[in-house]
Write a protein that binds this ligand. Structure first.
Ligand SMILES: NC(=O)c1ccc[n+]([C@@H]2O[C@H](COP(=O)([O-])OP(=O)(O)OC[C@H]3O[C@@H](n4cnc5c(N)ncnc54)[C@H](O)[C@@H]3O)[C@@H](O)[C@H]2O)c1
Length: 285
């Protein structure tokens, strides 16, 4: 039996090197390109880095044209450039998704450029400062709700409008394990991520019969710049975090991306209103 404490099990096969995520590495892990979303048009928010970047790259590898949206224009452009250098199709759009006019402009750009919108992954988000309820300033609460919940509502509002008119589409909202259990010390993050699941269920219920599927993924701790900010390169900290994960290691962004792209694909045609934990056995323990 593996000694989970000192020798955590690692993913088998030629898996991406921790901290790196390129489409070549995704291909190395999964040499069979499935064409899961061949010919589709996909929007990914917060796609300049982390889970969103890996998702945008995987969409491109699997055959979609990708709208790479982020508040950080340089990051979005660099993801687009690297997709294009590998023969993929992508366009960068800069937007602060807490602002309704900017969200509307993202959708307009996608339609102007590609004529329709088949898939959307509402992933953009921020983490928060740990602390007690009683020390949480109202402005930090409001910022968290704006970025992690209101932006998802706004994206849904415009994506659903387009997809319902088309009569097809698939949306994945990125929640968190904190969408179903408390993240102690992060009441604002926990509330926002629970809210994302509520939005997902309402949207799925209203739009299922109109040909649009809406689902959520709930990533566990994943090796992204957001988490690197907490870990701060400290191996003891990483070990402590990994100890709470059944698989014994932090997820790679590409492992989360797989679930988002599959849910957006026609292979998941009867999956609708689902909240899918992708956390290596964390919440279930
Ligand atoms: N990394 C994890 O362990 C983890 C776990 C559970 C859930 N999540 C969720 O996954 C999503 C992605 O997380 P990540 O770890 O890749 O984060 P990250 O910080 O590495 O990347 C987030 C991206 O979102 C963008 N963004 C932030 N605010 C924005 C705004 N207002 N408008 C447009 N873009 C904006 C950032 O510029 C950045 O590129 C988030 O919703 C996060 O809450 C992450």
């Amino acid at each position: 039996m593996a000694d989970n404490e000192n020798n955590p099990p690692q993913p088998s096969g030629s898996w991406p090197i921790p901290g790196e995520q390129t489409d070549e590495l995704v291909r190395a892990a999964f040499p069979l390109r499935l064409g899961l979303v061949e010919g589709k048009v996909a929007l990914v928010t917060g796609a300049g880095r982390g889970i969103g970047e890996a998702t945008a790259r995987l969409f491109a590898v699997e055959g979609a044209a990708v709208v790479v949206c982020d508040i950080d224009g340089d990051a979005a452009q660099s993801v687009v450039q690297s997709i294009q250098e590998r023969g993929g199709e992508a366009v960068a759009v800069v937007a602060d998704l807490t602002k309704e006019d900017e969200v509307a402009a993202v959708i307009t750009t996608a339609i102007d450029r590609y004529g329709r919108l088949d898939c959307a992954v509402n992933n953009a988000g921020v983490s928060g400062r740990f602390g007690s309820f009683i020390d949480l300033p109202l402005h930090e609460w409001q910022h968290m709700i704006n970025v992690n919940l209101t932006s998802v509502f706004l994206c849904l509002k415009y994506e659903l409008g387009v997809m319902a008119a088309q009569g097809f589409g698939s949306i994945v909202n990125v929640s968190s394990g904190a969408g179903v259990v408390a993240a102690p010390g992060l009441p604002h993050y926990t509330a926002a991520k629970h809210g994302v699941l509520g939005l997902t269920k309402c949207a799925a219920t209203e739009f299922a019969a109109k040909g649009v599927r809406v689902n959520a993924i709930l990533p566990g701790t994943t090796r992204t710049p957001m988490i690197n900010g907490f870990i701060n390169g400290d191996p003891a900290m990483e070990k402590m975090v990994s100890r709470g994960i059944g698989r014994g290691y932090m997820g790679e962004p590409s492992e989360i991306a797989e679930s988002a792209v599959w849910l957006c694909s026609d292979r998941a045609s009867f999956v609708c209103g689902e909240s899918l934990l992708v956390d290596g056995a964390t919440v279930c323990r």
